[in-house]
Design a protein around this ligand. Structure first.
Ligand code: FES
Length: 164
């Protein structure tokens, strides 16, 4: 089976082949695949003439990159001090229960990945959770079900649109 490297070509056309832009290239590919597949990294290495082991060093150093598939929605529960004091641990447990996954895991349907962060700078909204780019503030354990349902609905809608 031949692999389509169009995504790599696009990212490199956009940023160029200079080593300084490796992170930007990887970011585009992470956004495209929601993780960094091994053959894709090998192609980046070939086209940018950067040793593969260096690419892996970068890809494993930054939390924004993943070498395993992530869900369409990445949920980050803030466990910084302000959020912790106002019940972030209960919010996190509620997400785990609602989705049947633990921190660092992705569900089988690749809907959700659950993770934690340390202060995202909106302490006034504590406890705070981000779902991709969306910020949900003043969350309580009993509001979690609605948040999860909202993104399940969005996922369903998008899947239906694609199959039309
Ligand atoms: S501690 Fe959670 S946003 Fe600052």
């Amino acid at each position: 089976m031949s692999i389509d490297f169009t995504s790599v070509n696009h990212a490199i056309e956009r940023w160029g082949k200079r080593k300084d832009f490796l992170i930007e290239v990887l970011q585009d590919l992470q956004d495209h695949y929601r993780y960094l597949p091994e053959p894709i990294l090998a192609e980046v290495s070939k086209q940018m003439e950067i040793p593969l082991n260096h690419i892996y060093e970068v890809a494993t150093f930054y939390k924004a990159f993943s070498l395993v598939p992530k869900g369409k929605y990445v949920i980050n529960v803030c466990l910084g001090t302000a959020c912790h004091v106002l019940g972030a641990v209960q919010v996190l447990s509620s997400f785990e229960r609602e989705m049947g996954i633990k921190v660092g895991e992705t569900d089988k349907q690749l809907h959700f990945t659950l993770d934690t962060v340390r202060c995202i700078g909106c302490c006034g909204l504590a406890p705070v959770v981000t779902v991709n780019e969306d910020v949900h503030g003043k969350l309580t354990a009993d509001k979690v079900e609605n948040v999860v349902k909202r993104y399940q609905k969005e996922f369903k809608k998008e899947t239906e649109k694609k199959s039309e």
